[in-house]
Design a binder for this molecule. Structure first.
Ligand SMILES: [Zn+2]
Length: 154
């Protein structure tokens, strides 16, 4: 089990001209310098009572306007970035010093250009599994999401 801290923000963010509405990052601060690191660690500890393994940040303005399905997809996307290091056989790694899982940020399953897929096809570009998943359609319908939400079960 990982300790996941969640932050709401009203601050709009963008990267490469695209709106960023969610973000996953490691809990321990990445500041440079011992004092900056200690200051950031103190702030995070005060927010969450301890340094969480991961921090998820969501933009409240997007949450207010997106559909339930979009919201669930965003939260699952950010949670999917939270993972455990694995060895060459795919077995989860643990820290020798603590015995705890070796948490790490996980990259996206697919990162490729449309042009490469178009010219060399999905198998050569390593995106066939994503295409197969997309072609199967959603396994969770929006109605199921409404039912699963505690706020929607009045
Ligand atoms: Zn992502």
């Amino acid at each position: 089990m990982a300790h996941v801290g969640v932050l709401w923000t009203s601050i709009e963010n963008s990267r490469h001209a695209r709106r960023v509405v969610g973000q996953a990052e490691r809990g321990e601060p990445a500041a440079k310098g011992k004092w900056a690191l200690a200051s950031a660690g103190l702030q995070i500890s005060q927010l969450f009572r301890a340094v969480p393994d991961f921090i998820l940040t969501f933009e409240a303005g997007y949450a207010a306007i997106c559909s339930d399905a979009q919201w669930c997809a965003l939260v699952e996307h950010e949670l999917s970035h939270c993972g455990v290091e694995r060895d060459m056989y795919g077995t989860p790694k643990f820290r020798k010093s603590t015995g705890l899982p070796a948490f790490t940020l996980v990259g996206h399953d697919v990162e490729e250009f449309v042009g490469v897929v178009h010219r060399y096809r999905a198998a050569a570009a390593g995106v066939q599994a994503m295409i197969d998943a997309a072609a199967e359609g959603p396994t969770i319908a929006e109605a199921d999401i409404d039912f699963a939400c505690g706020n929607c079960q009045g």
